[in-house]
Design a protein around this ligand. Structure first.
Ligand code: UDP
Length: 235
């Protein structure tokens, strides 16, 4: 096994499965089962979950809403996703803590770094919700931030049906070529759309490695943790 402590970034979109919108509990359960397998290997897992399956601040801004207000709603969406992940993991016997950057004391713990690392050491999965707690950021940036804070060995960027990073959009171009390995510098220079530039800069400046992979292929989370050659590695 290559990685001891990992930060898994799950986009909100991944949780909706084949439904149009929101959360499909069966899809969440499938991911939970994969996470359980990885836990069984002794890997410590933190998860940052997005909210795009429910709400995106930027989209709502485009439709006339105040951006900061809309972004706070996006952060609330991530909390719902985190609770669904906790539900699925605990149903199959994986102790899980949800830690939020926004206070919602009835349903989650506040995010406290030292407490988060203690949970990980005790073998609990920690789901980080509420993004960074600030508008104008993304959950990709939250993933980079939390990965740095908990000293994760790597960010596993689970993509929804995309195998890795390509030179152009593989959904639009048949001749798109996938990179197996990339530098952070090249990601920023070429403007490759792995994550937004704030998140990419944070990874570059703090030397956080990334593995970008297709989370919809069963077994891929485990493969990524084991260091198998899947997707694109960014170092
Ligand atoms: N968001 C925010 N600050 C953060 C993280 C998220 O304001 O630190 C808001 C933002 O509006 C974003 C929404 O929450 O559109 C959902 O997060 P994101 O788009 O990153 O989710 P994903 O695309 O990963 O599902």
């Amino acid at each position: 096994m290559q990685y001891q402590r990992v930060l898994l970034k799950m986009s909100g979109e991944a949780l909706k499965g084949h439904t149009e919108f929101g959360i499909d509990p069966q899809t969440v359960l499938k991911f939970a089962e994969e996470i359980k397998q990885v836990k069984a290997m002794g890997t410590e897992i933190g998860i940052v979950v997005g909210g795009g399956n429910i709400w995106r601040g930027k989209t709502a801004e485009g439709l006339g809403m105040d951006r900061a207000q809309a972004d706070y709603m996006g952060m609330l969406a991530t909390i719902m996703n985190g609770l669904a992940i906790q539900d699925a993991l605990e149903k199959i016997g994986v102790p899980t803590r949800v830690m939020s950057a926004i206070s919602v004391a009835e349903v989650s713990e506040p995010y406290i770094r030292r407490r988060a690392t203690r949970h990980l050491e005790k073998g609990r999965v920690v789901v980080f919700v509420g993004g960074t707690g600030s508008p104008y950021f993304s959950t990709d940036t939250a993933a980079a931030l939390r990965a740095a804070e908990i000293n994760a060995d790597v960010i596993l960027m689970g993509k929804n049906g995309v195998e890795g990073v390509y030179d152009k959009d593989p959904r639009k171009h048949n001749d798109a070529v996938m990179y197996h390995e990339l530098s952070h510098k090249l990601v920023l220079e070429k403007g490759l759309e792995i994550m937004d530039s704030t998140a990419a800069s944070l990874c570059k400046d703090n030397g956080i490695d990334l593995v970008v992979f297709n989370m919809n292929i069963p077994g891929n989370i485990k493969r990524a943790v084991m260091g198998d050659k899947i997707g694109t590695t960014v170092k």
